[in-house]
Design a protein around this ligand. Sequence first.
Ligand code: G3P
Length: 293
Amino acid sequence: MQLYLDSAKLDEIKKLSSLGLIHGVTTNPSLIKIAAESMPDKPDLESYIKELQKAFYGPLSVEVISTDRQSMYREAMLIKEKFGMHNNNVVVKIPICTAKEMDDKNWDSGLEIIKSLSLHNIPVNTTLVLSPSQALLAANAGAKYVSPFAGRLDDYLVKAYFPGTKRSKSDYFPREGMTASNSKDVGTAIQRVIHGLPNYVNDDGTVSGVHLVGRIVTVLKNSNLDCKVLAASLRNPRQVVEMAEVGADIATVDYNTIVAMAMHQVSCDGIRRFAQDTIEEYRKLFTASSQQP
Ligand code: G3P
Protein backbone atom coordinates (compact mmCIF):
# COMPACT_ATOMS: atom_id res chain seq x y z
CA MET A 1 0.00 0.00 0.00
CA GLN A 2 1.36 3.41 -0.97
CA LEU A 3 1.34 6.31 1.45
CA TYR A 4 0.23 9.81 0.53
CA LEU A 5 0.51 12.83 2.80
CA ASP A 6 -2.76 14.48 3.74
CA SER A 7 -1.53 18.04 4.11
CA ALA A 8 -0.99 21.34 2.31
CA LYS A 9 2.04 22.31 4.38
CA LEU A 10 5.15 22.72 2.26
CA ASP A 11 7.61 21.88 5.05
CA GLU A 12 5.81 18.59 5.80
CA ILE A 13 5.70 17.64 2.12
CA LYS A 14 9.40 18.44 1.64
CA LYS A 15 10.45 16.53 4.73
CA LEU A 16 8.53 13.32 3.98
CA SER A 17 9.32 13.46 0.29
CA SER A 18 13.05 13.71 1.05
CA LEU A 19 12.69 10.54 3.14
CA GLY A 20 11.01 8.80 0.20
CA LEU A 21 7.97 8.04 2.34
CA ILE A 22 5.20 9.59 0.28
CA HIS A 23 4.03 8.90 -3.25
CA GLY A 24 1.42 11.62 -3.47
CA VAL A 25 -0.29 14.44 -1.58
CA THR A 26 -3.97 15.12 -0.90
CA THR A 27 -5.40 18.49 0.03
CA ASN A 28 -8.86 19.89 0.67
CA PRO A 29 -10.17 23.35 1.59
CA SER A 30 -9.73 22.64 5.32
CA LEU A 31 -6.08 21.58 4.88
CA ILE A 32 -5.38 24.64 2.70
CA LYS A 33 -6.87 26.79 5.48
CA ILE A 34 -4.61 25.16 8.10
CA ALA A 35 -1.53 25.67 5.90
CA ALA A 36 -2.45 29.29 5.14
CA GLU A 37 -3.04 30.07 8.81
CA SER A 38 0.46 28.87 9.63
CA MET A 39 2.01 31.43 7.25
CA PRO A 40 3.07 34.93 8.34
CA ASP A 41 1.37 36.63 5.36
CA LYS A 42 -1.70 35.85 3.27
CA PRO A 43 -0.41 33.47 0.58
CA ASP A 44 -0.76 33.70 -3.18
CA LEU A 45 -2.25 30.23 -3.41
CA GLU A 46 -1.66 29.74 -7.11
CA SER A 47 2.11 30.04 -6.74
CA TYR A 48 2.03 28.24 -3.39
CA ILE A 49 0.28 25.18 -4.88
CA LYS A 50 2.79 25.19 -7.76
CA GLU A 51 5.52 25.14 -5.14
CA LEU A 52 3.85 22.15 -3.47
CA GLN A 53 3.85 20.35 -6.81
CA LYS A 54 7.60 20.87 -7.20
CA ALA A 55 8.32 19.50 -3.72
CA PHE A 56 7.52 15.83 -4.44
CA TYR A 57 6.92 13.27 -7.20
CA GLY A 58 3.39 11.93 -7.58
CA PRO A 59 -0.19 13.10 -7.80
CA LEU A 60 -1.49 16.16 -5.95
CA SER A 61 -5.22 16.25 -5.27
CA VAL A 62 -6.80 19.73 -5.35
CA GLU A 63 -10.48 20.10 -4.52
CA VAL A 64 -13.26 22.16 -6.09
CA ILE A 65 -15.31 24.40 -3.80
CA SER A 66 -18.78 24.66 -5.38
CA THR A 67 -21.68 22.26 -5.32
CA ASP A 68 -23.52 23.05 -8.55
CA ARG A 69 -22.62 21.44 -11.85
CA GLN A 70 -21.56 24.49 -13.81
CA SER A 71 -19.33 25.98 -11.14
CA MET A 72 -17.74 22.66 -10.27
CA TYR A 73 -16.94 21.99 -13.90
CA ARG A 74 -15.47 25.48 -14.33
CA GLU A 75 -13.37 25.06 -11.16
CA ALA A 76 -12.14 21.63 -12.23
CA MET A 77 -11.06 23.06 -15.59
CA LEU A 78 -9.30 25.93 -13.81
CA ILE A 79 -7.45 23.48 -11.56
CA LYS A 80 -6.34 21.57 -14.65
CA GLU A 81 -5.37 24.77 -16.49
CA LYS A 82 -3.45 26.37 -13.61
CA PHE A 83 -1.69 23.27 -12.27
CA GLY A 84 -2.06 20.56 -14.91
CA MET A 85 0.41 22.09 -17.32
CA HIS A 86 2.94 22.69 -14.61
CA ASN A 87 3.76 19.14 -13.63
CA ASN A 88 0.97 17.07 -15.07
CA ASN A 89 0.38 15.52 -11.67
CA VAL A 90 -2.77 17.29 -10.63
CA VAL A 91 -5.85 15.27 -9.68
CA VAL A 92 -9.19 17.03 -9.31
CA LYS A 93 -11.00 16.22 -6.10
CA ILE A 94 -14.79 16.06 -6.45
CA PRO A 95 -17.26 15.27 -3.64
CA ILE A 96 -19.31 12.17 -4.48
CA CYS A 97 -22.54 13.84 -3.54
CA THR A 98 -23.02 17.57 -3.44
CA ALA A 99 -26.55 17.46 -2.05
CA LYS A 100 -26.69 19.19 1.32
CA GLU A 101 -29.88 17.39 2.33
CA MET A 102 -31.15 13.92 1.50
CA ASP A 103 -33.83 15.35 -0.80
CA ASP A 104 -31.55 17.89 -2.51
CA LYS A 105 -31.95 17.70 -6.29
CA ASN A 106 -28.18 18.15 -6.66
CA TRP A 107 -27.59 14.52 -5.70
CA ASP A 108 -26.01 13.71 -9.06
CA SER A 109 -23.79 16.78 -9.58
CA GLY A 110 -20.65 15.08 -8.32
CA LEU A 111 -21.23 12.02 -10.49
CA GLU A 112 -21.95 14.11 -13.55
CA ILE A 113 -18.71 16.06 -13.15
CA ILE A 114 -16.74 12.87 -12.56
CA LYS A 115 -18.07 11.52 -15.84
CA SER A 116 -17.35 14.72 -17.80
CA LEU A 117 -13.82 15.06 -16.45
CA SER A 118 -13.03 11.41 -17.05
CA LEU A 119 -14.16 11.77 -20.66
CA HIS A 120 -11.59 14.59 -20.93
CA ASN A 121 -8.94 12.31 -19.37
CA ILE A 122 -8.75 14.46 -16.26
CA PRO A 123 -8.11 12.20 -13.28
CA VAL A 124 -10.67 12.48 -10.49
CA ASN A 125 -10.32 11.66 -6.82
CA THR A 126 -13.85 11.22 -5.45
CA THR A 127 -13.96 12.51 -1.92
CA LEU A 128 -16.35 12.16 1.03
CA VAL A 129 -17.15 8.55 0.17
CA LEU A 130 -18.96 7.01 3.15
CA SER A 131 -20.50 3.85 1.68
CA PRO A 132 -19.60 1.03 -0.72
CA SER A 133 -22.53 2.01 -2.93
CA GLN A 134 -21.14 5.53 -3.37
CA ALA A 135 -17.75 4.07 -4.31
CA LEU A 136 -19.37 1.80 -6.87
CA LEU A 137 -21.18 4.72 -8.49
CA ALA A 138 -18.05 6.90 -8.59
CA ALA A 139 -15.95 4.14 -10.13
CA ASN A 140 -18.63 3.46 -12.75
CA ALA A 141 -18.74 7.16 -13.58
CA GLY A 142 -15.01 7.00 -14.32
CA ALA A 143 -13.24 8.15 -11.14
CA LYS A 144 -9.57 7.22 -10.95
CA TYR A 145 -9.62 7.22 -7.13
CA VAL A 146 -12.25 6.90 -4.44
CA SER A 147 -11.50 8.32 -0.98
CA PRO A 148 -13.49 6.61 1.78
CA PHE A 149 -13.42 8.73 4.96
CA ALA A 150 -12.78 6.04 7.54
CA GLY A 151 -12.34 8.21 10.64
CA ARG A 152 -15.41 10.27 9.90
CA LEU A 153 -17.51 7.12 9.52
CA ASP A 154 -16.25 5.94 12.92
CA ASP A 155 -17.20 9.34 14.40
CA TYR A 156 -20.63 9.08 12.82
CA LEU A 157 -21.26 5.56 14.09
CA VAL A 158 -20.20 6.42 17.62
CA LYS A 159 -22.31 9.57 17.62
CA ALA A 160 -25.36 7.84 16.16
CA TYR A 161 -25.34 4.72 18.28
CA PHE A 162 -23.39 5.65 21.39
CA PRO A 163 -24.17 9.32 22.05
CA GLY A 164 -22.17 10.80 24.86
CA THR A 165 -19.20 8.44 24.40
CA LYS A 166 -15.97 10.27 25.19
CA ARG A 167 -13.51 9.79 22.39
CA SER A 168 -10.63 11.89 21.09
CA LYS A 169 -10.00 12.24 17.37
CA SER A 170 -6.99 9.92 17.28
CA ASP A 171 -8.58 7.13 19.38
CA TYR A 172 -8.61 3.73 17.74
CA PHE A 173 -12.04 2.43 16.75
CA PRO A 174 -12.37 -1.36 16.42
CA ARG A 175 -12.63 -2.60 12.85
CA GLU A 176 -15.41 -5.00 13.93
CA GLY A 177 -17.43 -2.06 15.23
CA MET A 178 -18.43 -1.65 18.84
CA THR A 179 -19.75 -4.85 20.35
CA ALA A 180 -20.08 -5.83 23.98
CA SER A 181 -17.08 -8.13 23.65
CA ASN A 182 -14.61 -5.74 22.10
CA SER A 183 -15.70 -2.41 23.53
CA LYS A 184 -13.08 -1.13 25.93
CA ASP A 185 -15.65 1.26 27.28
CA VAL A 186 -17.72 -0.85 29.65
CA GLY A 187 -20.10 2.04 30.25
CA THR A 188 -20.90 2.13 26.56
CA ALA A 189 -21.50 -1.60 26.38
CA ILE A 190 -23.88 -1.40 29.34
CA GLN A 191 -25.64 1.59 27.82
CA ARG A 192 -26.11 -0.45 24.62
CA VAL A 193 -27.74 -3.28 26.56
CA ILE A 194 -29.97 -0.90 28.55
CA HIS A 195 -31.20 0.86 25.43
CA GLY A 196 -31.60 -2.40 23.51
CA LEU A 197 -29.34 -1.26 20.70
CA PRO A 198 -28.38 -3.78 18.00
CA ASN A 199 -25.37 -5.99 18.53
CA TYR A 200 -23.49 -4.28 15.76
CA VAL A 201 -23.77 -0.61 14.97
CA ASN A 202 -24.88 -0.51 11.42
CA ASP A 203 -24.62 1.93 8.54
CA ASP A 204 -25.32 0.43 5.13
CA GLY A 205 -24.10 -2.83 6.71
CA THR A 206 -20.80 -1.15 7.51
CA VAL A 207 -19.61 -1.27 11.11
CA SER A 208 -16.38 0.77 11.01
CA GLY A 209 -14.10 2.83 8.79
CA VAL A 210 -11.77 -0.10 8.22
CA HIS A 211 -14.74 -2.30 7.35
CA LEU A 212 -15.91 0.36 4.88
CA VAL A 213 -12.56 0.40 3.08
CA GLY A 214 -12.37 -3.41 2.99
CA ARG A 215 -15.84 -3.63 1.49
CA ILE A 216 -14.99 -1.05 -1.18
CA VAL A 217 -11.80 -2.93 -2.08
CA THR A 218 -13.86 -6.11 -2.60
CA VAL A 219 -16.68 -4.40 -4.46
CA LEU A 220 -14.37 -2.65 -6.95
CA LYS A 221 -12.22 -5.72 -7.47
CA ASN A 222 -15.28 -7.92 -8.10
CA SER A 223 -16.61 -5.31 -10.52
CA ASN A 224 -13.35 -5.20 -12.46
CA LEU A 225 -13.29 -1.41 -12.34
CA ASP A 226 -10.05 0.49 -12.81
CA CYS A 227 -10.31 2.71 -9.75
CA LYS A 228 -7.90 2.93 -6.82
CA VAL A 229 -9.05 2.87 -3.21
CA LEU A 230 -7.44 5.79 -1.38
CA ALA A 231 -8.22 5.39 2.32
CA ALA A 232 -8.63 8.81 3.95
CA SER A 233 -9.53 10.42 7.26
CA LEU A 234 -7.12 8.14 9.13
CA ARG A 235 -6.16 9.11 12.63
CA ASN A 236 -3.76 6.52 14.10
CA PRO A 237 -1.07 4.01 13.03
CA ARG A 238 -3.18 0.96 13.77
CA GLN A 239 -5.90 2.18 11.44
CA VAL A 240 -3.32 2.82 8.70
CA VAL A 241 -1.92 -0.70 9.01
CA GLU A 242 -5.42 -2.15 8.95
CA MET A 243 -6.03 -0.32 5.67
CA ALA A 244 -3.13 -2.27 4.16
CA GLU A 245 -4.53 -5.48 5.66
CA VAL A 246 -7.91 -4.98 3.99
CA GLY A 247 -6.28 -4.19 0.64
CA ALA A 248 -6.44 -0.40 0.19
CA ASP A 249 -4.23 0.75 -2.70
CA ILE A 250 -3.23 3.96 -0.95
CA ALA A 251 -3.61 5.53 2.48
CA THR A 252 -3.43 9.27 2.87
CA VAL A 253 -2.09 10.11 6.31
CA ASP A 254 -1.36 13.32 8.19
CA TYR A 255 2.17 14.21 9.30
CA ASN A 256 1.71 13.44 13.00
CA THR A 257 0.29 10.00 12.30
CA ILE A 258 3.28 9.22 10.05
CA VAL A 259 5.61 10.27 12.88
CA ALA A 260 3.63 8.06 15.29
CA MET A 261 3.99 5.15 12.83
CA ALA A 262 7.78 5.36 13.24
CA MET A 263 7.72 5.24 17.02
CA HIS A 264 7.50 2.39 19.53
CA GLN A 265 8.34 2.56 23.22
CA VAL A 266 10.52 -0.56 23.03
CA SER A 267 12.47 0.80 20.03
CA CYS A 268 13.22 3.98 22.01
CA ASP A 269 14.18 2.02 25.12
CA GLY A 270 16.40 -0.23 23.00
CA ILE A 271 18.29 2.72 21.48
CA ARG A 272 18.91 4.12 24.95
CA ARG A 273 20.20 0.76 26.15
CA PHE A 274 22.53 0.27 23.14
CA ALA A 275 23.94 3.75 23.79
CA GLN A 276 24.54 2.92 27.45
CA ASP A 277 26.17 -0.42 26.60
CA THR A 278 28.59 0.95 24.01
CA ILE A 279 32.13 0.24 25.27
CA GLU A 280 35.04 2.56 24.52
CA GLU A 281 36.81 0.06 22.21
CA TYR A 282 33.68 -0.22 20.10
CA ARG A 283 33.26 3.56 20.02
CA LYS A 284 36.86 3.88 18.69
CA LEU A 285 35.86 1.95 15.57
CA PHE A 286 33.84 4.96 14.50
CA THR A 287 36.10 7.83 15.41
CA ALA A 288 38.38 7.67 12.35
CA SER A 289 35.62 8.42 9.86
CA SER A 290 34.20 11.90 9.58
CA GLN A 291 31.96 11.11 6.60
CA GLN A 292 28.48 12.56 6.74
CA PRO A 293 25.50 10.56 5.48
O1 G3P B 1 -8.32 13.31 3.45
C1 G3P B 1 -9.43 13.60 4.24
C2 G3P B 1 -9.05 14.16 5.53
O2 G3P B 1 -8.32 15.34 5.41
C3 G3P B 1 -10.17 14.33 6.49
O3 G3P B 1 -9.64 13.99 7.70
O4 G3P B 1 -9.51 13.71 10.10
O5 G3P B 1 -10.72 15.69 9.13
O6 G3P B 1 -11.68 13.41 8.98
P1 G3P B 1 -10.45 14.22 9.05
